[in-house]
Design a protein around this ligand. Sequence first.
Ligand code: FDM
Length: 211
Amino acid sequence: MSAGKRGALIIFEGCDRSGKTTQSRLLVELLKSKDVPVQAMNFPERSSNIGQVINSYLTNSKDLSDEVIHLMFSANRWEHMNQLKQKLLEGKTLIVDRYSYSGVAYSAAKGLDFDWCYAPERGLLKPDAVFYLRAPASDLASRGQYGEERYEKAEFQERVAKVFDRICSKEASYWHQFDASQPAEDLHAQIASITDELLPKVATQPLDKLS
Ligand code: FDM
């Protein structure tokens, strides 16, 4: 990359089975094919010590209070922030599957206070764009059986979707909402076009923080 040009921080958000994994993979492949330096990441990042506790919780082998697991998810983002920042400043674009908004949406859906949930996210890197894949939870449930993990229940996912909707309307300046029930190629084309415009635009902008 040319000196001083940074990569973009792009986040995919949405309920389980909304197609985030497929769409982030397609976007990474597209950028690679254009020789854009890019890396896929996801949260929770399950390999660290904190990530392993989160994994035990999600797979139901460990119980923790709603507050404690919430702060662990946030700590898991904080422990990777320097690494993310460095990669972005080196010019790498990061395509991240889930971020702070999943943290807020899943915990607020359990009944925790929205502002309390958001507080530990303040100061983390602010995404340049959030691609929110939205589909009715009933639609998602009909795509196939939910898995075995803790949150994979249709009724809970509907509550999560409501919190995502609330965040989406508040953060409209950098959130892009898509109908996740459309064919994957159509969705990818829309995401690719927004990304195409985004990368040169943010390349010379300073990194920002969530406030
Ligand atoms: N999840 C994910 C949270 O509850 N809080 C968070 O901060 C994050 C990042 O973890 F059910 C939930 C969302 C999902 C589960 O996510 C695992 P993946 O994408 O299936 O690994």
